[in-house]
Design a binder for this molecule. Structure first.
Ligand SMILES: C[S@@+](CC[C@H](N)C(=O)[O-])C[C@H]1O[C@@H](n2cnc3c(N)ncnc32)[C@H](O)[C@@H]1O
Length: 327
């Protein structure tokens, strides 16, 4: 019998990735069988069958007395393996319906469009419709995957020297996960509403904390707040920014705001980017009660009212800019 030789060292990246996946398959290959067994024990297929039609995550979790966030993770895996299928349901209309009520919002004392369509605001709606919250957070996570590299490219130095960072309204923690991956010296805190963080996946270097940013914000060297303040009116933003200020060191702390800055006139900036910022302003009008996109003058007003003295703005390769505020 001839000598058995080791396979030559793999040369290209694709082969490396395949080899890594193969190793994982040998280690956890039984996982699929175990999760199918779990689905049988929970009675997922039986529940859907006896319901007679497709079910929403919240219907299925109450029928099975399961935690919606844990059940969602199991189903996500099984759907990925084509064992269950997600059918297009009423998620689109949830975000579309408020647009039909946009004219109501424009009236003097008009009702917010989302409330008119669904009877409550977007965030309260999400607390009782966890499938919608999951979908919303996944959509925001996709955006975060584009935003974080753009922020690093445009002003990565803003994270230098930070020992800890809290992402206020950080959703499922995707942004903070990417931040600590790029800056492993940072202890990351992902802060959002309790029902949002309870469905968030674990991520190395990131602690999920549930709470209400209008009450208090976890302490850290700096606060990061992306695509959040534009959801709120001036008074609410001032309140959140004050809570952020209380959470950071008085001397060396800073708040890193990622949000659009609307150009006052279209002469100086990029026309297409500004056009999209104005479109986002319409989205805020349709989806939030008090949110809006702001000009630099409007940003300065709320930031100064919240007690910050110094403001720096850095445009990045995105619709949003980076606004850094120092106490
Ligand atoms: C538009 S999303 C932005 C998510 C994330 N920062 C991003 O850019 O991907 C706004 C986030 O604010 C969170 N939020 C709303 N009200 C909140 C509150 N009172 N306290 C903490 N987070 C809140 C929502 O749950 C949501 O995750």
């Amino acid at each position: 019998m001839g000598e058995i030789q080791r396979e030559p060292i793999l040369e290209n990246e694709e082969e490396d990735t395949q080899a890594e996946l193969d190793v994982w398959k040998y280690v956890f290959g039984f996982g699929e069988m175990a999760v199918v067994k779990c689905a049988i024990e929970l009675g997922i297929a039986d529940a859907i069958e006896s319901h007679g039609d497709s079910m929403t995550l919240s219907e299925l979790s109450s029928a099975l007395a399961c935690s919606p966030s844990q059940l969602y993770r199991i189903l996500r895996f099984l759907m990925h393996r084509n064992i269950f299928k997600q059918t297009p349901n009423n998620q689109g209309p949830i975000m579309l319906a408020p647009w039909h009520a946009l004219s109501t919002r424009a009236l003097a004392n008009g009702m917010p469009s989302f409330e008119k369509a669904h009877g409550e605001d977007l965030w309260s709606y999400g607390a009782t419709n966890l499938a919608h919250t999951q979908l919303f957070n996944e959509a925001m996570a996709c955006n975060a995957r584009l935003m974080i590299p753009a922020i690093f490219e445009g002003c990565g130095e803003v994270f230098d020297g930070l020992g800890s960072l809290v992402d206020v309204g950080g959703g499922n923690g995707t942004a903070m996960g990417l931040l600590v991956k790029a800056c492993p010296w940072i202890k990351g805190i992902n802060f959002d509403l309790p029902h949002v963080v309870s469905g968030a996946p674990n991520c190395d270097g990131v602690e999920h904390v549930g709470g209400d940013m209008f009450q208090s914000v976890p302490k850290a060297d700096a606060a990061f707040i992306m695509n959040v303040l534009h959801d709120w009116g001036d008074e609410e933003c001032i309140q959140v920014l004050k809570k952020c200020r209380e959470a950071i060191p008085k001397q060396k702390g800073k708040i890193i705001i990622i949000d659009p800055v609307v150009e006052e006139d279209n002469k100086t900036g990029d026309y297409k980017l500004n056009d999209f910022r104005l479109m986002l302003d319409m989205v805020m009008m349709a989806h939030t009660n008090t949110g809006k996109e702001r000009t630099m003058k409007e940003w300065e007003y709320i930031i100064k009212e919240a007690g910050f003295n110094q403001i720096t703005v850095k445009p990045i390769r995105a619709v949003q800019s980076v606004i850094i505020a120092f106490p």
